[in-house]
Design a protein around this ligand. Structure first.
Ligand code: ADP
Length: 255
């Protein structure tokens, strides 16, 4: 598989009048096309900072970011970003919300609308296209938010604690749904989470950051060898607790 993203020697220092904080130091890793990477690490180690740098929303202090071997500076439309809050607009219905990302980027073409319609149909939301966000369940809202992001055809999707506002039961179902959509659409994904189980159940590799300044402590390959893998059947696999214990210990050493 070809490399779609390379993060090379990236460091980030936040500077204020009073002090400076070295948030990230010499981060190096590559992501292959279609891969799902989870990033975990202690609170404050720079996980969100790293995603913001990849998205171009935050400036790095040093280092380089390459997307498909092209050096990227500043913001890029090639990245989709989903946060904890789904940020759906209450006054727009599902259809209009899913087109919003495209509208912000410019003109919405006939092909764009057809693509959104296809995604809504494929993921069982089309019959709700005239509903408003307040009429949807938490899981449906997240799927609408995902389709709004996918509508812009990002090369890489970033998820920053995207499921942590949901209650446990809903979260398990939503991560399963979202995972299936991302796999079917072959979307390269980088997810920041504080939840080790979520990281293991969804990703191909888990990148562990050390406490601040965040450095890459280790990258673990996750392979359940399950046909038709889903986050739910990964959680039921005997390998799950093995991975969990390894990552738990690795995070614990820092505390
Ligand atoms: P995480 O997502 O792992 O919890 P963050 O990326 O949010 O960590 O933050 C990493 C470190 O950088 C923290 O110590 C945080 O206080 C600091 N930090 C984050 N954003 C800013 C900012 N805008 N100005 C100054 N310090 C910041």
């Amino acid at each position: 598989m070809e490399t779609i993203l390379e993060v090379k020697n990236v460091s980030k220092k936040y500077q204020s009048k009073e002090n400076e904080v070295l948030a990230l130091e010499n981060i190096n890793f590559r992501v292959k096309k279609g891969e799902f990477i989870a990033i975990i690490g202690p609170s404050g180690c720079g996980k969100s900072t790293l995603l913001s740098i990849i998205s171009g929303l935050e400036k790095k202090t040093s280092g380089e970011i390459y997307i498909e071997n092209q050096k990227v500076e500043g913001g890029t439309s090639q990245i989709g970003y989903m946060l904890q809050k789904d940020c759906l607009l209450d006054w727009r219905n599902v259809w209009s919300n899913t087109l919003f990302g495209l509208e912000v980027k410019g003109k919405v073409t006939k092909e764009d609308k057809e693509y959104v319609e296809k995604l809504l149909k494929k993921y069982n939301l089309y019959e709700f296209k005239n509903k408003y966000p307040s009429e949807l369940s938490g899981g449906m809202r997240q799927r609408v938010a995902l389709i709004r992001t996918l509508a812009t055809k990002p090369k890489i999707l970033l998820l920053d604690e995207a499921f942590s506002a949901l209650d446990y039961q809903t979260r398990i179902m939503v991560t399963n749904d979202i995972y299936n959509i991302l796999r079917k659409e072959n979307i390269t994904t980088i997810m920041v989470t504080h939840d080790i189980s979520e990281a293991i159940s969804m990703s191909d590799r888990v990148l562990v950051l050390s406490k601040r300044p965040g450095t890459v402590k280790d990258i673990h390959k996750i392979d359940f060898e399950i046909e038709n893998r889903t986050p739910i059947n990964c959680r039921e696999s005997p390998k799950f607790s093995k991975y969990f214990n390894t990552l738990w210990k690795e995070l614990g050493v820092d505390e």
